[in-house]
Design a binder for this molecule. Structure first.
Ligand SMILES: C[S@@+](CC[C@H](N)C(=O)[O-])C[C@H]1O[C@@H](n2cnc3c(N)ncnc32)[C@H](O)[C@@H]1O
Length: 154
């Protein structure tokens, strides 16, 4: 919850946008569902879609059983120009294969995002992969491993 709180308020501080004002949030790699839970507890009323592995979705479904606005998929989520959409992926997009990342991002075409990535993941140079993403960049200094971690927020 402290981690989710930090993400929430850094996004607000750096963009001036409140996460709960989006119509739709698409999160890739939701972990135990804590970020989704935190955002819902903050008053988010839109649609929240989590893309994750089926086995991990089972954990999220239990943790998020009180929130009927949450949906799950294992497939890329498409862009919807009628819904103001935020893309969230904390230490998840940065851990996927490059082909799967491209598929997810090409489908959604996100304009607003809250990303954290570790600079090096296995043999992938994430600093290079994320270099084309614009937005605010901010170091997470308490995470020195894997070449350090950074936010990209827009
Ligand atoms: C390091 S965890 C990060 C979890 C959470 N976002 C956080 O910040 O604590 C990586 C997440 O990516 C998910 N993941 C792993 N492989 C995936 C795949 N092929 N497609 C979608 N999600 C995947 C994992 O199940 C997990 O939820």
């Amino acid at each position: 919850m402290i981690k989710s709180n930090h993400h929430y308020y850094r996004y607000l501080k750096l963009t001036g946008k409140d996460l709960k004002d989006f119509d739709r949030i698409v999160e890739v790699g939701g972990g135990c569902g804590d970020m989704c839970k935190f955002i819902n507890l903050m008053g988010f009323k839109g649609e929240y879609i989590i893309v994750d592995l089926p086995q991990v979705q089972e954990i999220q479904k239990r943790n998020l059983r009180d929130f009927p606005n949450v949906k799950w998929t294992t497939k890329p989520v498409k862009e919807n120009t009628n819904k103001k959409t935020l893309f969230i992926s904390t230490w998840a997009l940065s851990e996927l294969t490059l082909a799967w990342r491209e598929e997810l991002v090409d489908a959604l075409k996100p304009d607003n995002y809250l990303i954290t990535y570790q600079r090096k993941f296995e043999n992938i140079d994430n600093e290079k992969w994320f270099s084309g993403w614009n937005g605010h960049r901010e170091e997470l200094p308490w995470i020195p491993w894997d070449g350090g971690s950074s936010y990209i927020i827009k």
